[in-house]
Design a protein around this ligand. Structure first.
Ligand SMILES: [Zn+2]
Ligand SMILES: [Zn+2]
Length: 810
């Protein structure tokens, strides 16, 4: 039986003393009241208050008259962090915006994403506890609203206030709620402005009570208590309870400054420099007037946008056309600021714009920024914008002598850089922008002709507009202007861009193993990690299914995983092991014929030559991945890999084809790593320890399961979470030879290569071909190219001569 959020809200409201009447409220003089407008219950210190504090029940009260202690954007975070640190919270560095440790989403959309699934499930310890983190998050569902309302963004910083509580404590909610109240007071916000509105949270089969916390008419944070799992429609207490409070840094900073829009605080001082550069003057009077009406201009929620615009223009008292022009300018101005900031975060974290997956949305906003600028006739420099953002997000420049200060001391002195990694990533970010901007203008020059052709034939539906963008990168605005030339009109939905981006947030699930049978066995003990050179062993047969699929109590046969092909070999010398796969903890051997019984002890033998070749190819993959990242930039991630006996391939995220020069250099450097005889370290680490020590870079092959993860490290070059079987020293890999590279899809380049004995075979084949060719021409190898060229030239000339003669005969 399912339970709905509405039903749960009813249940919690009935039992409000249990779920919402916290001890901390009583201690601090908060009382429970009911909103006279929406009917919701809320907690306040103000006896006379009769509205809950939601913006639908009261207008923003801080616009034009700030509430509290003014801090700029970065300083608001520093002050927040300083406050929480003093109260025993660890301030941890942010996670990347690209969620490589998860296989269900491309982007981080809330601070709790950092800890899903492994910490939230209780499988793995958090990096610190309790903690706060300033986590940049992406949301692409409100793109058109940016600059139109005064608060929408595609990237924002959610300050996560998290506490993971595994011991049973009745007062587990009080401490964090108390800190919220104290933090509000610390920012000199009058306590009576603060309301806690009773609410419910549900997600991923879990639920719990929650508060929407309002100040001055704006929701400043959502305070969620992950308390229950829902089983058969009933609530069951979770063993690990989680405080999941998400503060909007943008909102906090806005509140403290009381500007007309949140953007003036968030983008300061970049917005002022940008305005000057493009010669755009913001009309503050208009912004002021607009701030009173723009909550009605939410393009995704307002049904009749034309009517809403007309209404707003009337209220402000300016003609509709002028109003629309001004709104368009603001939309362009703040969208460009927003999109460039989002791109900075994403590209610095190793994402690439593309036409598939998560990169799709990045390309949409990049092109939209360029488009909007063109429409306004502004000459913009995206590279300059990202540089300015990176500086602004670093914080005020620190004085020269700050060396030797700890993180805590820097924070105390309000000098801790907020996101120093953004400045470091700038060279790579700018390179990617260059390539992308070039691609945009190239595709644009093709647009006009193509469109004319299409428009002559037919009217375009919404789906066809989306299709046009997807297949040709054509924007609907181009369709409109091109159609106008032909005297036709095309209507674009107000939320076109949100429609584009909505489908590119979640990531596809991984493929499952192909053997889909049920096994009774609980698990198989793997022997290949303890000893990667164990090629013969004895094991007991636990189970045989379909007279073909065999489970042993332990095995040294490596199952296909992480792109490494499985081992093959024999059991009792006569039964061939054809395939090995892993299902959960069970390792399944596909055997033909099965000439043994359950309970028998069998003698297993692994094809040693094959395994050694696979190990070489796998370690070579890690070496090449490390070299590519070092040579091509930090945007290089492994997008896929496969290691078979014949050859290996590595797909990397890169924006353009590799030149022969680049390939030559990569091959040379990879072989230098081999010759340097670097030991390859393989060990298990608890997940938080591994992430702390090496960062999210370890997730090259995507998300990996388990509380303990296996690390494969080539010191100084590459560290990956990898379950594969590797050489113990780079020298064992032998020569690495790159066979070639090609672009397999937008933003992904495939390298094919061989290593060890297979590389020698390649050299020999090439050598033999060369020898054969030199024998034909009867020259030394070094003269071969010249000789070939000469023969080719002569042959062409002779052919021409023959043609001429033939014509002459006619
Ligand atoms: Zn209300
Ligand atoms: Zn690997």
């Amino acid at each position: 039986m399912e339970i709905t959020k509405k039903e749960l809200a009813k249940q919690f409201a009935k039992d409000w003393e249990k779920h919402y009447a916290l001890k901390v409220f009583k201690d601090r003089g908060f009382i429970r009241k009911q909103c006279k407008i929406c009917g919701k219950h809320f907690w306040t210190v103000d006896k006379d208050r009769d509205v809950c504090g939601d913006s639908t029940c009261m207008p923003y009260s801080f616009i034009g008259k700030k509430i509290g202690w003014a801090h700029d954007y970065v300083d608001a975070w520093r002050e927040f962090a300083r406050f929480f640190q003093k109260h025993g919270r660890t301030v941890i560095p942010r996670y990347p915006t690209i969620a490589r440790w998860r296989d269900d989403t491309w982007f981080v959309q809330a601070s709790i994403y950092d800890f899903q699934p492994h910490v939230v499930s209780g499988e793995s310890a958090p990096p610190a506890n309790p903690l706060v983190v300033a986590q940049p998050c992406f949301r692409f569902n409100d793109i058109e609203n940016i600059g139109v309302t005064n608060r929408h963004l595609s990237s924002f910083v959610m300050i996560g206030q998290h506490n993971f509580i595994s011991e049973a404590r009745r007062d587990w909610k009080d401490e964090d709620v108390g800190l919220v109240i104290d933090c509000i007071k610390h920012f000199k916000i009058p306590e009576k402005e603060l309301t806690f509105v009773e609410s419910v949270w549900m997600g991923g089969g879990n639920a719990g009570p929650a508060f929407e916390v309002f100040v001055g008419g704006m929701e400043l944070l959502t305070a969620v208590f992950m308390q229950y799992s829902i089983e058969d429609g009933k609530l069951k207490e979770l063993p690990l309870k989680i405080i999941d409070f998400g503060w909007g840094l943008e909102r906090l900073a806005w509140l403290l400054n009381g500007t007309y829009t949140s953007y003036e605080v968030i983008f300061d001082p970049v917005d002022k420099k940008f305005a000057k550069q493009i010669g755009f003057e913001r009309d503050l009077e208009f912004l002021k007037a607009l701030s009173k009406v723009n909550s009605n201009l939410d393009l995704n929620e307002t049904e009749d946008i034309d009517l809403a615009l007309k209404d707003a223009a009337e209220k402000i008292g300016i003609p509709l056309e002028e109003f629309k022009t001004k709104i368009k300018q603001l939309q362009a101005f703040y969208s460009i600021l927003d999109h460039s900031r989002t791109l900075l975060f994403a590209l610095a974290d190793g994402a690439l714009p593309s036409n598939t997956g998560g990169g799709y949305n990045l390309r949409v906003i990049l092109r939209r920024a360029l488009r909007l600028a063109e429409e306004q006739g502004w000459k913009i420099d995206l590279k300059w914008l990202v540089r300015e953002h990176a500086q602004a997000l670093y914080g005020k420049p620190a004085p020269r002598v700050v060396t030797g200060l700890s993180k805590e001391e820097l924070l105390e002195a309000q000098l801790m850089p907020m996101y120093p990694e953004l400045r470091q990533a700038l060279p790579d970010v700018e390179k990617i922008l260059d390539v992308e901007i070039k691609k945009y203008f190239e595709s644009k020059s093709r647009t006009s002709q193509l469109l004319a052709k299409i428009l002559e034939k037919k009217e375009l539906s919404n789906e066809e507009l989306i299709q046009l963008y997807n297949s040709h990168g054509i924007f609907p605005e181009d369709v409109v202007s091109e159609a106008a030339k032909l005297g036709k009109t095309v209507k674009i939905p107000a939320n076109f861009y949100s429609q584009l981006t909505a489908s590119h947030v979640a990531a596809p699930k991984k493929e499952l193993p192909t053997i889909k049978l049920k096994f009774k066995a609980k698990g198989t003990k793997p022997l290949y990690y303890e000893n990667d050179r164990l090629f013969e062993f004895e094991a007991k047969v636990l189970e045989i299914v379909d007279d073909r699929y065999v489970v042993l109590d332990k095995t040294a046969f490596y199952p296909t995983s992480g792109g490494q092909s499985c081992d093959i070999g024999t059991i009792n010398d006569v039964c061939a092991v054809l395939d090995v796969q892993k299902q959960g903890q069970v390792i399944i051997h596909e055997v033909e014929p099965v000439k043994f019984k359950v309970g028998e002890i069998v003698k297993c033998k692994i094809d040693e030559t094959r395994r050694l070749q696979l190990m070489r190819h796998h370690t070579a993959t890690h070496i090449l991945n490390g070299i590519c990242r070092r040579e091509l930039g930090s945007h290089i991630w492994q997008a896929g890999a496969e290691k078979t006996v014949e050859k290996a391939r590595l797909d990397i995220t890169h924006y353009q084809n590799l030149t022969d020069e680049e390939l030559k250099k990569i091959e040379l450097l990879a072989n230098e790593v081999v010759l340097s005889a670097i030991p390859v370290n393989k060990f298990f680490l608890p997940r938080p320890e591994a992430e702390k020590r090496y960062g999210m870079r370890i997730y090259q092959g995507g998300a990996v399961p388990g509380a303990e993860i296996r690390i494969v490290e080539i010191p100084g070059l590459d560290v990956e979470a990898c379950g594969g079987i590797h050489c113990s020293n780079t020298l064992e890999v032998g020569p690495i030879k790159i066979l070639g590279s090609k672009k397999i899809q937008d933003g992904i380049i495939r390298l094919e290569f061989v290593a060890g004995k297979r590389a020698i075979e390649e050299f020999q084949t090439e050598g033999a071909l060369l020898k054969e060719a030199t024998q034909i021409f009867n020259v030394q190898p070094e003269h071969l190219p010249k000789t070939c060229a000469r023969f080719f030239k002569e042959w062409k000339e002779q052919r021409k001569e023959i043609e001429k003669l033939k014509k002459g005969q006619k």
